[in-house]
Design a protein around this ligand. Structure first.
Ligand code: KIV
Length: 285
């Protein structure tokens, strides 16, 4: 059954934060799954650059291009009419210069008609984030462990265990808020750091792999529905095993084709016998 369509605006997300109501976020990459998400209680959809792994089979987010991301973004936009839609800016589309950042974020906003773009980074790229915000482009921040920097970390560590990391993540959050970022995703960061950000910042703080004390949670949809098995993050809870369900369906389909049980006889278009006989009688074979 379709739920009543009430558009989730940024104002609504701020109201949720104020009233201590959790926001629920997932990624989506294609029209079919996004259509299901559109009729669900999800508040925010992110066209994540995790598409690089879960949709394209690449080893990391570094491999996906802006052109490829835009195809996913446009497909999701066609289905999403209810949720706040965020588009993830791929690696090197905004880090190099302010000009690049405005040009590429502006292109993403125009072509995908998303509600905001997501940029990974804090103080170290604040001039580029500010330039994008000043150009009138709504921005979602992404701090803590930044997957586009995984080569620098040598993996996907949890950050926020020593004084330097704690200070850096909190200062990043404050700096993003000061420069007009709408909301922040905090990834793989310890619980008290996220709680501090949630309690001391006016903008919503959404957690991924960072504990419960945030304004909401975000996950890669394929992880929770069991549709990507190459790597499952430690914090993931699997609510369904769609890979198994698809395998069962494919086995049944193959069996039916081999036993001529598919397609069903009643659904096969019938040839007019008279016309058929006339047609083949004229064939020169
Ligand atoms: O690309 C992605 O999926 C993300 C996560 C925060 C969900 O950035």
């Amino acid at each position: 059954m379709k739920s009543k369509l009430k558009r989730i605006t940024y104002k609504e997300l701020l109201r949720k934060k104020k009233n201590n109501e959790k926001a629920v976020l997932v990624t989506a990459y294609d029209y079919s799954i996004a259509s299901i998400v559109n009729n669900s209680p999800i508040d925010i959809v992110l066209v994540g650059d995790s598409a690089s792994m879960v949709m394209m089979g690449n080893p990391s987010t570094l491999d996906i291009t802006l052109d490829e991301m835009i195809v996913f973004g446009k497909s999701v936009r066609k289905a999403i009419r209810k949720q706040f839609l965020i588009f993830d800016m791929p690696f090197l589309t905004y880090q190099v210069s302010r000009r690049d950042a405005i040009k590429n974020c502006g292109r993403a906003l125009k072509e995908t008609r998303c509600d905001a773009v997501k940029m990974e980074g804090g103080k170290e790229i604040i001039d580029r984030i500010k330039a994008v915000v000043d150009a009138g482009i709504p921005v979602c921040g992404h701090i803590g462990m930044k997957p586009q920097s995984y080569k620098k970390y040598g993996g996907y560590p949890v950050l926020g265990n020593d004084e330097e990391e704690i200070t850096k993540i909190i200062e990043d959050g404050l700096e993003l808020q000061k420069n007009g970022v709408l909301m922040i995703i905090v990834e793989n960061t310890t619980d008290l750091v996220v709680k501090y950000l949630k309690e001391n910042l006016k903008i919503p703080i959404y957690s991924i792999g960072s504990g419960i004390d945030s304004d909401g949670q975000i996950v890669v949809i394929n992880d929770i529905i069991g549709l990507y098995s190459k790597f499952t993050p430690r914090f993931i809870k699997r609510y369904e095993n769609l890979s198994e369900k698809i395998s069962i369906a494919l086995n049944k389909y193959a069996k039916d084709v081999k036993n001529e049980k598919f397609p069903q006889k009643s659904k096969i278009p019938k040839t007019d016998r008279k016309i058929f006989l006339k047609a083949i009688s004229k064939l020169k074979i």
